[in-house]
Design a protein around this ligand. Structure first.
Ligand code: LMR
Length: 402
């Protein structure tokens, strides 16, 4: 009898819309190639930095020569404690009242998946609503967890701005129990965030309609500062309803490959928190058992020690300022080469990215004619620009946008 090889009919999966670009970039032999696809910060020399604060913490940890036992299922306690203080603030009522559950995760993506699997297990009828557009992996991730995913309006292409009216009208019709995915700061891909009043309105709708907010905080520190960028998360914790928060240190600590993140769930009582924690541990145990040690040790060490913490804040501030400077330089240069276009919207966007206004055809041309790689949606990574590659990027963008 022939072996029933199920692999013979397995179709080829499409390339990942973001990480697939890195694969194509790496295969490109043009020495002048530039990768503006993935959200990774490069310094003025285009290099991925090893932060000094991280390097000092690494020296400390290496000197300790610690053996590597298993961690608790939900991660390193000293790490999750630091996450709670950084994201929610040391005086957060939910933290003091022991109703904040935090589990170490494999980056921000891992945190989203833990939250998705947990929600799916106790709210299988819920739909997940993400912004249109959203991070390319949101839809795929929540669909992979078994949810139906819909999109609420967010971006108004003609104005290159926020479609707040569309957003409000749509989420105000969401069925009770809908999981609403929101970007806590530095919206990916558009770089357009809600203002305080708009956030307030969204929270009122969430309360009125009985929605479950799931905040994605992958860029804390890249808009205004670590405290300012956590402000909306902290406002949500005051609502008295369950709130999920996925955070990441990939960008803020330049620790992409270590996969350091966390999922936090604000509960309404300490008893509820115990039950949530127990279920979350089951999700983790049946996925990967327990998380790795090294990256979380680095982050915990930096955040715990006052001098390292201050140094890290300074280094993060320098990354933030450099991105802002490159954003301004890009806008100035484009205004000179394409004076009939307005690029003011790029100047107003926040975080690592710009939703540049490039069409997918223009993105293809950038890649084919100039070996410059961007996401098909037109998203470019401003954090990958520097004074050495800016001119070439501006020249190429000018050619394809003219
Ligand atoms: C991005 O949006 O480029 C980053 O969040 C990296 C990733 O995993 O997609």
């Amino acid at each position: 009898m022939a072996h029933p090889n199920f692999l013979t009919t397995l179709p080829l999966a499409p390339k990942d819309p973001i990480l697939g670009i890195t694969e194509a970039f790496q295969a490109d032999t043009n020495p002048a190639k530039i990768n503006l696809g993935v959200g990774v910060y490069g310094d003025e020399d285009g290099k991925l930095p090893l932060l000094h604060s991280v390097s000092l913490a690494e020296d400390q940890l290496n000197a300790l020569k610690t053996a590597r036992g298993y961690q608790p299922i939900d991660g390193m306690v000293r790490y999750t404690r630091q996450v709670q203080q950084l994201v929610f603030g040391a005086d957060c009522p939910a933290l003091i009242q022991r109703r904040l559950v935090t589990a170490q995760s494999l980056g921000g993506t891992g945190a989203l998946k833990l939250g998705a699997d947990l929600l799916r297990s106790f709210s299988p009828q819920s739909e997940v609503w993400i912004s249109n557009p959203s991070w390319e992996n949101h839809r795929a991730l929540f669909e992979a967890a078994g949810f139906t995913v819909r999109a609420y309006p967010y971006y108004q292409a003609e104005r290159h701005g926020l479609d707040f009216e569309g957003l409000v009208q749509t989420i105000d019709q969401a069925p009770s129990g809908t999981i609403l995915v929101l970007h806590a700061c530095c919206h990916n891909p558009t770089g357009i965030d809600l203002d305080d009043g708009q956030w307030h309105q969204v929270r009122q709708i969430i309360l009125r309609r009985g929605l479950i907010p799931f905040l994605d905080l992958a860029y804390q520190g890249f808009s205004q500062g670590t405290q300012e960028d956590a402000r909306q998360v902290r406002e949500f914790t005051e609502l008295g309803i369950p709130v999920l928060v996925a955070n990441s240190f990939s960008k803020s600590f330049s620790l992409y490959g270590e996969r350091v993140g966390a999922l936090s769930i604000v509960c309404t009582s300490s008893d509820e928190a115990l039950r949530v924690q127990s279920q979350l541990k089951r999700v983790i145990r049946t996925n990967y058992s327990s998380p790795p040690t090294f990256g979380a040790s680095l982050v915990a060490t930096v955040l715990e020690e006052v001098t390292l913490h201050e140094l890290w804040e300074k280094e993060l501030g320098a990354m933030r300022q450099r991105i802002k400077a490159m954003r301004a330089a890009l806008v100035t240069a484009l205004k000179q080469t394409l004076p009939t276009h307005s690029f003011d919207y790029i100047a107003e966007q926040r975080g690592m990215f710009s939703y540049s206004g490039l069409s997918s055809e223009q993105v293809q041309r950038l890649r084919q004619e100039f070996s410059i790689y961007a996401v098909d949606s037109g998203r470019i990574c401003i954090a990958a620009l520097n004074h050495k590659n800016l001119e070439r990027v501006v020249e190429a963008m000018t050619q394809v946008m003219r």
